[in-house]
Write a protein that binds this ligand. Structure first.
Ligand code: LLP
Length: 427
């Protein structure tokens, strides 16, 4: 199902703005973010869950897209933050999030990173016994709000690299050690307030998610029974998928919310867990389909295959190369035209894997055409690099047909930023 609007010129329209004009005004490659789509996604999810369980809180997984303006939009909507690094805590605080609405879920943390979280007064979601013991050495446990990340032995995701639960996963603590670590935390003077699991990313099938909810609730029940802890929150992580391919169906979010909250409430009762807040940590669901990457065709090449060469590469959007991910592509200046040929869309980097698509059915392409790569809001700019010494692109926000710059395009000076040439090399 495609969320695509075309204006009367036959051009792709994003948030009421003409994509062809945006590319002309801001140059390419360009990330264009539709503010209202972010807000709609947030509100749809929030409405779906609060309808059944009002004590519900979204913690936006900001790794999906850390642009400060996007963070501010989500803060304005009432979101909290799932942060995975000191840098993300820093960004979230800068964007105006209250520390008590930030949950820091780190993995393999150094002591100074743990200390940074303590000093920032955010909640800390503990990933290992080592982290608990080191946390207890560097701080007064009284003032820290902690939870544990559990590996509920179930994982799911759109790619093997995006499965974060199950026996092969490096994340979380084992079910068998959960009660023991919660009581160790109590002995050390902490009062744990939450329990967490995140099983993977890009999940369109509710079943593994349901299984994780069931397991985490049973583990929460055991922990609470063994330790007397009354959980303030139970956090099921993120992972809600979006349809990248036109043949994929979106999650039926109302039905999903009904099923999850139904099971959640059943289990709360079964284990006498009271009425803790339910947290979800969506990243992709909130921002994934809210942005487009605009890139211009500069070369049509008839080689052993037919290629359209564009001015972006996997330094700009890595998902197709990294995970073999499908991203739908529209010719923004020919948005009403029917597919006429199959063509490979190739980036501008010096690696043969640098392709956005193989054999993509598109209207006949010409040099100068503008391509819009869809669903480029999550894990797109946030995974961009300067590989091949290509400065990263600009980001603009559109709303009601108007565009605002929210990240300047980098230039060559950014390529040497922080580099130091020792004086002996200076002539
Ligand atoms: N919570 C935790 C602890 C996470 O590790 C993640 C994602 C999320 C929430 C949000 O997951 P989401 O709702 O966005 O699926 N680069 C990959 C995705 C990696 C996700 C990592 N963790 C991609 O481009 O598909």
């Amino acid at each position: 199902m495609l969320n695509v609007k075309v204006n009367d010129k036959g051009h792709l329209s994003i948030g009421g703005a003409d994509a062809v004009e945006l590319a002309r005004n801001y140059d390419t490659p360009l990330y264009v973010i539709d503010e209202m789509r972010i807000r709609e996604n947030y509100q749809r999810l929030h409405r779906a869950f609060t309808r059944y369980y009002p004590n519900f809180q979204i913690l936006y997984a900001c790794k999906a897209n850390t642009n400060l303006t996007i963070l501010k939009i989500l803060e304005d909507e009432g979101s909290g933050i799932d942060a995975v690094s000191p840098g993300e805590i820093y960004m979230a605080l800068l964007a105006g999030f209250e520390p008590e609405k930030i949950l820091y879920t780190g993995n393999n943390l150094r002591d100074d990173e743990i200390l940074f979280a303590v000093e920032s007064e955010v909640m800390i979601n503990i990933d290992s016994k080592s982290q608990l013991l080191r946390l207890s050495k560097i701080t007064d446990p009284e003032n820290i709000r902690i939870s544990f990340r559990i590996n509920p032995r179930v994982g799911a995701g759109h790619h093997e690299h995006c499965i974060t639960g199950g026996e092969l996963s490096k994340f979380g603590i084992m079910e068998e050690e959960a009660a023991e670590l919660y009581s160790l935390a109590q002995e050390l003077g902490f009062q744990p307030i939450g329990i967490h699991a995140h099983i993977g990313s890009g999940i369109l099938d509710p079943e593994p998610f349901m299984l994780a909810v069931e397991r985490l609730m049973d583990i929460a029940g055991k922990v609470s029974k063994a330790t007397g802890i009354e959980f303030e929150f139970i956090d099921f992580g993120g992972g809600l998928g979006i349809p990248y391919h036109p043949n994929e169906e979106p999650l039926d979010i109302k039905r999903f919310a009904e099923k999850i909250t139904g099971l959640f409430m059943e289990k709360l009762e079964e284990h006498s867990l009271g009425e803790p807040a339910m947290y979800l940590e969506p990243g992709r669901y909130i921002v994934g389909d809210a942005a487009y990457l605009l890139t211009r065709v500069n070369t049509i090449k008839e080689s052993y295959r037919k290629f359209a060469g564009v001015d972006a590469g996997f330094n700009t959007l890595v998902r197709p190369v990294m995970y073999g991910s499908y991203h739908h592509i529209i010719v923004a200046n020919k948005a009403n035209e029917k597919p006429a040929e199959e063509i490979d869309i190739a980036g501008n980097l010096c690696e043969s894997g640098d392709l956005f698509a193989r054999d993509r059915k598109l209207p006949k392409l010409e040099e100068g055409d503008l391509l819009a790569i869809l669903d480029a809001g999550a894990y797109a700019f946030s995974m961009a690099s300067q590989y091949n010494s290509r400065p990263r692109p600009a980001e603009i926000l559109v709303k009601d047909g108007k565009a605002e710059i929210i990240r300047e395009r980098e230039d060559f000076s950014d390529l040497i930023n922080k580099q130091v040439v020792p004086p002996r090399f200076l002539k």
